[in-house]
Design a protein around this ligand. Sequence first.
Ligand code: C2O
Ligand code: CU
Length: 481
Amino acid sequence: MKPLSRSALSRRTFLAASAAAGAALPFRGTLADGSNSFILRAAPDRARLVPEPWGETDIWCYGGTVPGPEIRIQQGDRLCIEVENARDEETTVHWHGMRVPNTMDGVPHLTQTPIAPGGRFTYEFDAVDAGTFWYHPHQRSFEQVGRGLYGALIVEEAEPPRVDRDLTWILDDWRLTEEAEIAGDFGGFMDKSHAGRLGNTVTINGQVPEALAVRSGERIRLRLINAANARIFALDFGALTPQVIALDGQPVTPHAPSGRDRVLIGPAMRVDLILDMTGAPGERVTVSDRFYAGNNFHLVDLTYADEPLRDEPPAWSVLLPSNPLPEPDLTNALRHQVTFTGGMMGGMVERQMGITGEGRMMGNDIMGMMLGEDIWFVNGIAAEGHILDPMLALERDRSHVIAMTNATAFHYPIHLHGHSFRVLSRNGQPTTHREWQDTVLMAPRERIEIAFVADNPGDWMYHCHILEHQAGGMMGVIRVA
Ligand code: C2O
Ligand code: CU
């Protein structure tokens, strides 16, 4: 089984793009019955992910499309979603980043009984925060999400910053065969023990993208959502200078991306950008991904129409109104430590670097790796199956600081359910944009401190969002009581 070559795909994309007259906008599903009650049906289907001459792909999806329908509501609205499971295995839906009551969080065996084949479950909660969120199953997610079960959940601000267009790009990464079918090797040991299931075909909103038509002077709010199992993106917008206005749905001090102007986005993370189209009519800008060493992957072209929209970028404010997040009290916060260890290269790297102390691999890790599929460890424990025992118990309504250490050779997007947290520091350096996140990308060997008020009672998942790592033990439960 030989994967489709990415270069072949991007060349085709490029040709298709230059040929397209008024190049199409990325596909976007919509729900427009006016109410905030939705039915989401999870079922097998087929979709055109890649252009001709490849065929369609067997997928699993919500509402007949990948991504599933974009749910768009107003901040403060109550949302009522009936999920129908038309597949032959159990499922649940998790509302990633939404601060919902514990019983609505969609974690099988922890917050609810899984939805059986043919079964239904109604999720109902208020949208407390405005921002860019997404939904996906939390049952065997490495395969259910990997085959296409996900969608965007956009909560609009009462007074959003003015833009000409508000676009959502859900990024995904598929491992396709020569016949454009999904390679069925989900949860393999190689993927679990290394960087996760990386694919060979990147899609935006479920399609290998064609060019996006833009106009000089136009202002776009671009909501990026990374729905890939494992792929991290570092997006380069060429001559454009994006302004980051929100991370994981939560407003930040508007700033240009650091790190050679690339927008870094790990699995499950969201980045809202303001893009001012500063190019001239007829020009073209290429958006590319440069995360992995030696990689410069052409993602999509932005092509300027002949008619400018305006001569100068608009002077409108890019400030987002803040969300009602409780500010942690750092002087009186309780402190906790979490160390991540494991991975196939863990021992090797450890030995080469002669690391001791905190970064030392625990005896458990090696044992676990030899005995079976326990590959990743959170404070020395690899979670198996349905974990219920909390690894940390946090006093409710108190402020807590969690100092996290990545003692491995891999990147992790670490996600906490039910709360958003302030990212205070990285390797001892204070952060500078007032970042509130629900998923924070940790570089190899990085130490990150997060802080939050534990104001949402219940048992909450805390895990790596490289879904193969999660399946390989990299998860735990944090109890707020
Ligand atoms: Cu996006 Cu525990 O989930
Ligand atoms: Cu991980």
